[in-house]
Structure formats: structure tokens, C-alpha cells
Design a protein around this ligand. Structure first.
Ligand SMILES: [Zn+2]
Ligand SMILES: [Zn+2]
Length: 171
């Protein structure tokens, strides 16, 4: 994912890249191509890059454990400057100082890191996912189970017995 910047004219330039997850060094679970669209604006002081990245990841729902393919889409921006003093003007995570002879910038590391940062920690297959029954493990999205009225353990059975005995004695 390289952009030739040596001799690039001032103004706005657009690029797009399609990269396999393997080429980018992403972990297994990313299988679809990573699509990156870039707008690069060159001025006398800097190159300002804005990128939008989209791909998918294979994940498991945190609630119902069903595997699904989660779409991922986000953007990031980066300033490439030649002077350290220019770098101080922007967020350190969004600036790189280029050495004077730089003719090429490579986006691979930034795109990989952005994908990993944008990857959510929690995955839910759909907002109203009902999850698994904590007792029988049935996927409640596929239908309800009969667990609702069954007591957690036998303690309540004994209590009921006692109550029955009492009412029998009373009667
Ligand atoms: Zn789910
Ligand atoms: Zn159940």
C-alpha cells in the first residue's frame, strides 16, 4: 500500500487499495479483502491523508455464541510533515515526520493498526439477540425452552412437600 510522493503536485489526490488480510499481517478471523480509500492533500508544508477502511471479521456472538461475519468500517487521518516543528502542531498519534529524501509512503502499518484498534471488543449478532438459556443452553433466538417454570434445584420441592404435609395435617 504505497503512494509515490516524490514529485507529487500540490493539491488533492485520490487512491484506493484492495489488500488481503494476509498481506496486511492481520490475524486469522479477517478473511475478506480490506478496502482502503485515500484522499491525500499536498501543501507546501505537509501531506494530509484521510483514509476510510472497510472489511469484515469472523466473530462469535457474545450472547448466543453463533459465529457471524461482522462488518467493520472506519476512518483515520495522518499528517506527513518534513519539519519536526510542524509535527508539534498536531496530535502525536496523527503525524509522521518524513526524512528529506522520502519519495514513497507506505500505509500498511497504519491501516493494520487502525483495523485492530477499530475492532470492537464486544460482538452481538443482532441488537435483540436473546442469547442462550442459562440452564439448558438452548439458543433462545431459535425458540423458547421449557426451563422457565422449572426450579433451579430441589430445595423448593422439599419446601412444597412440607407445605403440602402441613395442609394435609390441618385438613
Ligand atoms: Zn447472538
Ligand atoms: Zn432452557
Amino acid at each position: 500500500m504505497r503512494i509515490q510522493v516524490g514529485g507529487l503536485s500540490e493539491g488533492v489526490h485520490e487512491y484506493s487499495f484492495r489488500t488481503t488480510p494476509a498481506e496486511l499481517g492481520l490475524p486469522p478471523g479477517f478473511r475478506d479483502e480490506v478496502e482502503t480509500n485515500v484522499t491525500l492533500e499536498k501543501t507546501s508544508r505537509q501531506l494530509f491523508l484521510r483514509a476510510t477502511v472497510s472489511t469484515t471479521a469472523d466473530v462469535e456472538c457474545d450472547r448466543c455464541v453463533t459465529p457471524f461475519r461482522e462488518p467493520l468500517g472506519f476512518g483515520y487521518q495522518m499528517h506527513y510533515v518534513w519539519e519536526e516543528s510542524e509535527a508539534e502542531r498536531v496530535d502525536p498519534s496523527e503525524v509522521q515526520v518524513l526524512s528529506p529524501g522520502t519519495t514513497m509512503i507506505d500505509l500498511s502499518d497504519d491501516v493494520r493498526q487502525s483495523v485492530l484498534l477499530a475492532f470492537p471488543l464486544k460482538h452481538v449478532c443482532r441488537e435483540d439477540c436473546r442469547g442462550l438459556c442459562p440452564r439448558c443452553g438452548r439458543n433462545l433466538n431459535e425458540g423458547s425452552c421449557d426451563c422457565k417454570d422449572v426450579p433451579v434445584d430441589g430445595r423448593w420441592d422439599k419446601l412444597k412437600e412440607l407445605q403440602n404435609n402441613k395442609s394435609n395435617q390441618a385438613g
